[in-house]
Design a binder for this molecule. Structure first.
Ligand code: NAP
Ligand code: ZN
Ligand code: ZN
Length: 349
């Protein structure tokens, strides 16, 4: 059995998102049914809606930064009850048995995780549809507890933009004494600055946009480096333990490499695809610098982050929009005209 849910979908790469009704499963014993309050707008939603990565199956209902209240639970659920404030991020299932899954790294599941949208449920074969919708039904193991003390509408971006930058900060053991740089001040970038600062690191921003410096300092940056200014780039040589590169499109990464220290790491979280222009190995060989990638974060780590945000009163800087304005929001996101995350008020759907 299924139930009909209202949402917003893209039907092709070049048509606007529009109202769409679709079916969600009736709750299974381990399921939590969530009435969605707010959904963040991630650049990945735009990439998927427009088939930038070449693997979108239409129609697609984007949205993987979801916060809402529990309206029903399956018979086997004891971790959540009706009325709880909860979140869902980019993952709704995985095999739960492979080594990465057993190590709380569901995002690296050897058998492929099930994404919140544009994926297929492993049990009933139904398509998954995301958070640009009224409600969602998710297995309790993939539902997160959201601290009640935070501004609820500013929490959703923690579930993707936050965890995607938190995971590398933790993996590379960032703390007091660390020097971290963030490339690009958008949704991911602004969370990276807040989180690295809260962990006690000295934080720099590389931005191509001169107008963002004041915001960067307010968010917790100690330095702002204009990436289009060669003199500023050269002055930053041998500084950073970790660079988190959030830029969504092809860009020349070579100028950033010499700014890493001996053994420093540049981790890609934005670009999905080839590094163009090609990356010279010279800065890697001469100072044993590393280049890496990182994908969102596991459920345990995401809960750790939500709890950390609750304790440190960290949320996203947001602009709340109506559902009908999503297409305009995508155009503005492409122009970096958002400070620093759009969040859809689902009551407007
Ligand atoms: P966003 O809000 O649009 O921010 C991207 C920022 O990158 C911009 O604000 C801009 O900052 C900078 N930028 C530099 N060159 C750019 C260009 N040619 N076009 C657009 N922006 C450019 O995007 P986001 O939501 O933070 O997402 C960033 C990327 O991460 C996306 O590609 C998204 O798909 C990906 N992502 C990956 C994961 C993962 O698990 N690895 C998870 C979530 C998202 P400045 O103006 O400061 O330069
Ligand atoms: Zn995302
Ligand atoms: Zn697995």
């Amino acid at each position: 059995m299924t139930q009909t849910v209202q949402g917003y979908a893209a039907h092709s790469h070049d048509t606007p998102l529009e109202p769409f009704s679709f079916e969600r499963r009736d709750p299974r014993p381990d399921d939590v049914v969530i009435d969605i309050l707010y959904t963040g707008v991630c650049h990945s939603d735009l990439h998927t809606a427009r088939n930038d990565w070449g693997f979108t199956t239409y129609p697609v209902v984007p949205g993987h930064e979801i916060v809402g209240r529990v309206t029903a639970v399956g018979s086997g659920v004891d971790k959540f009850k009706v009325g709880d404030l909860v979140g869902v991020g980019c993952l709704v299932d995985s095999c739960r048995e492979c080594e990465p899954c057993r190590n709380h790294l569901e995002q690296y599941c050897d058998n492929g995780f099930v994404a919140t949208y544009d994926s297929t449920d492993k049990h009933d074969g139904l398509r998954t549809y995301g958070g640009y919708s009224k409600s969602i039904t998710v297995s309790d193991a993939f539902v997160l507890k959201v601290p009640e003390n935070l501004d609820t509408k500013a929490v959703p971006p923690i579930l993707c933009a936050g965890i995607t930058t938190w995971s590398p900060l933790r993996r590379w053991k960032v703390g007091k004494g660390s020097k971290v740089a963030v490339v690009g001040l958008g949704g991911l970038g602004h969370m990276a600055i807040k989180l690295a600062h809260a962990l006690g690191a000295e934080v720099s921003l590389f931005s191509r946009s001169p107008g963002k410096a004041d915001d960067a300092y307010r968010l917790g940056a100690d330095k702002v480096i204009l990436s289009t200014d060669n003199a500023q780039m050269q002055a930053a040589a041998n500084q950073f333990d970790l660079i988190i590169d959030t830029v969504p499109y092809e860009h020349d990464v070579n100028p950033y490499m010499p700014t890493l220290k001996l053994d420093g790491t540049l981790v890609f979280v934005g670009l999905v695809g080839d590094i163009t222009p090609a990356l010279s190995t010279i800065p890697m060989l001469f100072k044993r610098r590393n280049v890496a990638g990182s994908l969102i974060g596991g459920l345990k780590e995401t809960q750790e982050l939500l709890d950390f945000c609750g304790e440190h009163n960290i949320v996203s800087d947001i602009e709340v929009i109506d559902m009908k304005d999503i297409n305009e929001a995508y155009e503005r996101m492409l122009k970096s005209d958002v400070k620093y995350r759009f969040v859809i008020d689902m009551a407007t759907l």
